[in-house]
Design a protein around this ligand. Structure first.
Ligand code: SAJ
Length: 445
């Protein structure tokens, strides 16, 4: 059981947005002695939080939420209230993310993001609404922290003018800082405490005050800078990863063309002391890496050439996966020809994994989900989905893993969930042959 650590603290903190970042942050602040008010518009999640139950699957989160709520130091509500510190943790999608959170990356088969639907830019409406919602509660001495990932100069050009409606002096009466979150879904609670933090303030007072808040629970170093630099650092981190995944995906395409195994090439190339290539996959998903590089491109369109190319390579990857699966399904159907009229007309495809990455329940911007949905529409394909982590929905044909493995003509491994790695693939391959499985994660040796 998680205990409330150290002394009770005087500062009252209002956290706006109780999602993947806001909820762990609010809970950890509460368990470190702050009185925390968590605000979210979604009534159903507030109800479950009041019972001490997290609505997000994340290792250790339920324990800390329960401790925070039961101690009375985390109180959740729909409305903002007076506080000393306001922390904004609302989402900043790009303006092509569908409301259902589905993968919208590959806008055309060529993966071009600049087609008829225009460019991808940041949708700051949630940040704006959150800032607006605190204006009437602001008092001299308040600190406002933006944790949401935002394009460079958002604090200066968007947030400050909104908070200035309070008629308070900024800086002076109000301190403002940007403290981007850096935690990895699947390891959030550990990284929340152990990662270094960057704090960008509108002045040194803002930096110091935000530093005091984060120093209460962070064991990593805290570095102070200005707002635009902090905003850019966050985007650069995610663009760095995106560019490197795009490199891995390009290596995979090159190796396929040559006719060799890309994962073997990468594994052995990584034995060089200065080479560390990431892993190819069916595409890049999630609400961060598939989105944030666009905010850099938005800030400097002519300069961010590599960043945009990487996005295009990663966004187009699901289409390559779809093409490969289609080919395998056609081959599977051809194998049935001797069965003649009695043969099945449809070929059965089992998609293994539709979350955006392994061992998480998040399907936002998931390439696996995009690929599965594509085959759902195909008349000659019987789609089956096995995913022990994904939230179940009636419009998707979920099956039990064993059942799917038995029935499938073709299997597409899209996410390397731990449950899939435990399957006896050797036995299955010896029975059904290599062509039966398309391993887009390089997980099966
Ligand atoms: N992926 C690959 N190959 C790889 C690594 C990842 O294809 O070698 C894919 C994953 O399957 C997934 C996507 O990339 O679809 C993103 O996964 P991820 O694990 O790389 O990153 P996220 O989105 O879960 O979290 C990232 C992290 N950023 C960096 O590592 C620079 C995290 O630290 C950030 O806090 C988070 O974005 C965020 O919220 O911005």
């Amino acid at each position: 059981m998680c205990k409330i650590e150290g002394n009770m603290r005087d500062e009252r903190i209002c956290v706006l947005g109780l999602g993947y970042i806001g909820l762990p942050t609010a809970s950890i602040l509460a368990t470190h002695g702050f009185k925390v008010f968590g605000v979210d518009k979604r009534k159903e999640i507030l109800e479950s939080l009041r019972c001490g139950k997290a609505h997000i699957k994340e290792p250790g989160l339920n324990t800390i939420v329960k401790a925070a709520v039961q101690s009375g130091r985390l109180v959740v509500n729909e409305k903002v209230c007076r506080a000393d510190v306001f922390i904004i943790c609302v989402p900043t999608p790009h303006n092509h993310v569908s409301p259902a959170g589905q993968f919208t990356g590959p806008l055309s088969r060529e993966g071009s993001p600049f087609n008829r639907r225009g460019k991808k830019t940041a949708d700051l409406s949630f940040v704006q609404q959150a800032a607006e919602s605190i204006v009437s509660y602001l008092r001299p001495g308040n600190l406002v922290i933006i944790e949401s990932t935002v394009p460079p100069k958002t604090v200066e050009n968007i947030v400050m003018p909104i908070l200035a409606k309070s008629k308070l002096r900024i800086p002076g009466d109000i301190s403002i800082a940007h403290c981007p979150e850096r935690v990895l879904p699947g390891n959030i609670l550990h990284e929340l405490v152990s990662n270094d933090r960057i704090i960008g303030g509108i002045d040194i007072e803002s930096c110091r005050r935000a530093e005091n808040i984060y120093a209460s629970f962070t064991r990593g170093e805290i570095y102070l800078t200005d707002c635009a630099t902090a905003e850019t650092i966050k985007l650069v981190e995610n663009a760095f990863r995106d560019v490197n995944i795009a490199f891995a995906n390009e290596i995979e395409a090159i190796c396929e063309h040559i006719g060799i195994n890309a994962w073997e090439v990468i594994r052995l190339a990584n034995r060089h002391p200065r080479v560390k290539i990431l892993q190819p996959g069916p595409g890049v998903g999630g609400h961060c890496i598939a989105v944030d590089p666009w905010f850099l491109a938005q800030a400097a369109p002519a300069q961010a050439r590599l960043v945009k190319t990487a996005r295009t390579i990663n966004d187009s990857k699901p289409w390559r996966v779809i093409a490969k699966i289609t080919k395998s399904l056609a081959a599977a159907r051809r194998r049935r020809v001797p069965l003649g009229a009695a043969g099945k007309k449809k070929s059965a495809l089992l998609c293994l994994g539709i979350t955006y990455k392994a061992n998480v329940d998040d399907i936002r911007e998931s390439p696996g989900l995009f690929i599965a949905r594509h085959f759902l529409k195909r008349k000659n394909v019987e789609l089956m989905i096995a995913d022990p982590h994904a939230p179940k929905s009636d419009d998707l044909p979920f099956v039990d893993l064993e059942q799917g493995l038995k029935k499938a003509d073709v299997i597409a491994l899209l996410v390397n969930h731990r449950e899939f790695l435990q399957v006896n693939w050797k036995k299955i391959i010896s029975e059904k042959g290599h062509d039966f499985i398309l391993d887009f994660k390089g997980a099966l040796k």
